[in-house]
Design a protein around this ligand. Structure first.
Ligand SMILES: Cc1cc2nc3c(=O)[nH]c(=O)nc-3n(C[C@H](O)[C@H](O)[C@H](O)COP(=O)(O)OP(=O)(O)OC[C@H]3O[C@@H](n4cnc5c(N)ncnc54)[C@H](O)[C@@H]3O)c2cc1C
Length: 449
């Protein structure tokens, strides 16, 4: 098996396939661990953790502390990010080594259906493969209307950390990435304006969840500019200007363009191997095979749900399928509709399965129960009663169909609902479990009850 790309999709596929007995070569052009560890999930969440620590200190004034205060030192933040990155790369690398996966640092491409070319510092080699896995991920979309210079007009990849803490950051794009960076810069003390192209942030999410986030953004001083699309962004040390299609002009010190991503597939040699693509993504079947049966695609490149957790699961599924594990207990189909996801804002937002709004749109009968965290003693202990738990279930059987959580630790708490959704558990299975007191999960049990 030859795998191109060592992100969550590639490296989980490599370790699983090697464990199952395959001879595996993993070609990675940059860092083992992938963009997920170097540019996306890990550094963004590590910086958000710094911002959270700061806002936690501010909130702690209500907990009996008399004097709190702190400054963010971006040099220390940068050192911390590099330490985390090195540790994660080290542990992924040693896991791969322990399974005897051969790692090559270089750019891989297909030269035929069963031949891969690897361009490394030491030269070019060609590898023969029975199975090829394409897991080359994606990168931020760079629009032609933005003069992105990496210092004043930024992509997310310029933010780990930026050269200076922006006085006034204008965030363009109000999807998951955009709102996380709004929270990141706001919690570190920047003034933030968010340009929202529609009437709601997080247009794909439950309106009630999006409204809770908007409320919190506005309470913390974030300026929301709704119904506006950016058409230009440029500037320098004297300031940045963002112009919108409705004539509004916003001045700030920096701008961040967070309007989605594009697949890394231009130089993959897809045509040489007869692999079809659509908009640069490689369409796959239920087993993650491309139109060429022994060439699989996983992770962001597959155009499915762009999440590390999904990419890693896809990688494992490919290894199992390629090595002959058929459908059944060992090989469950991946059900993307049951993937839990989270947004690391403050409060955090997490959801899984069927959303209330979608059920109504489909005319489907559901039962919705909602419990505010304020009813859980732990929320009062934490001095943070914001948010709620919402569980969507089947009124006839009690089977849990979905849920959303807004509030502290939502990304952790959603796991309980996710396990229920993935395994057909009922609301009784949740509320009859003996949970710990006092915890925020008591609100979850109450919603289930
Ligand atoms: C700012 C941001 C934050 C995010 N946060 C989260 C989060 O908190 N949780 C979450 O689940 N998801 C998050 N995501 C999404 C997540 O990062 C991606 O879904 C995930 O990285 C996809 O994994 P992958 O294996 O497909 O690709 P990647 O992680 O992108 O890895 C692909 C690898 O392939 C390499 N490569 C590219 N071309 C070649 C080639 N020709 N030859 C060899 N190697 C090549 C690249 O160098 C890269 O290392 C975030 C995304 C962004 C942009």
């Amino acid at each position: 098996m030859v795998i191109l790309g060592g992100g969550p999709a590639g490296n989980s596929c490599a370790t699983t396939a090697a464990r199952l007995g395959a001879e595996v070569t993993l070609v990675e052009s940059d860092t083992i661990g992938g963009a997920a560890h170097l540019w996306d999930c890990i550094p963004s969440k590590a910086m958000i953790a710094t911002g959270n620590a700061q806002s936690f200190l501010r909130r702690s004034m209500g907990m009996g502390l008399t004097e709190v205060g702190s400054q963010v030192d971006l040099t220390l933040v940068a050192e911390r990010l590099r330490r985390i990155e090195a540790r994660i790369e080290g542990s992924v690398r040693s896991l791969l080594e322990s399974q005897n996966v051969r790692m090559m640092k270089g750019v891989g491409s297909l030269v035929g259906p069963d031949r891969v070319r690897a361009e490394t510092e030491g030269g070019v080699s060609e590898l023969e493969a029975d199975v090829v896995v394409l897991a080359t991920g994606s990168r931020p979309r760079v629009p032609d209307w933005a003069e992105m210079d990496g210092r004043w007009v930024l992509s997310t990849r310029d933010c780990y950390p930026p050269e200076e803490l922006p006085d006034h950051m204008i965030v363009i794009g109000s999807g998951v990435t955009g709102v996380e960076f709004v929270h990141l810069f706001r919690s570190m003390g920047s003034q933030v304006t968010l340009i929202v192209s529609r009437q709601q942030v997080l247009p794909q999410k439950d309106p009630e969840v999006a409204a809770a986030l908007e409320e919190d953004f506005m309470a913390s001083g974030v300026r929301l500019l709704k119904g506006a699309r950016a058409i230009s962004a440029s500037g320098g040390a004297d300031g940045v200007t963002v112009r919108c299609d409705d004539g509004r002009v916003i001045e700030g010190s920096h701008a961040l363009v967070a309007i989605g991503s594009v697949p890394n597939s231009e130089r993959l040699g897809l045509e040489a191997a007869g692999v079809h693509s659509r908009g640069g993504y490689v369409p796959v079947d239920a087993f993650l095979r491309s139109n060429v049966p022994h060439i699989y695609a996983a992770g962001d490149l597959s155009g499915r749900l762009p999440q590390s957790s999904v990419a890693a699961m896809q990688g494992r599924k490919i290894a199992q399928h390629a090595l002959g594990m058929g459908p059944g207990r060992a090989h469950r189909y991946l059900d993307y509709d049951k993937a839990a996801s989270a947004i690391f804002t403050e409060p955090e937002i997490a959801d899984v399965g069927l959303a209330e709004a979608d059920a109504f749109a489909e005319g489907r009968k559901i039962r919705v129960t909602k419990v505010p965290f304020a009813s859980a003693p732990k929320a009062l202990i934490n001095d943070d009663p914001r948010g709620f738990v919402k569980i969507v279930s089947d009124p006839a059987t009690g089977v849990v169909l979905g849920g959303s959580i807004v509030g502290r630790h939502a990304a952790e708490l959603i796991s309980v609902i996710a396990v229920a959704v993935s395994n057909g558990l009922t609301v009784s299975d949740i509320h009859e479990s003996l949970l710990v007191h006092p915890t925020l999960s008591e609100a979850l049990a109450e919603a289930a009850e």
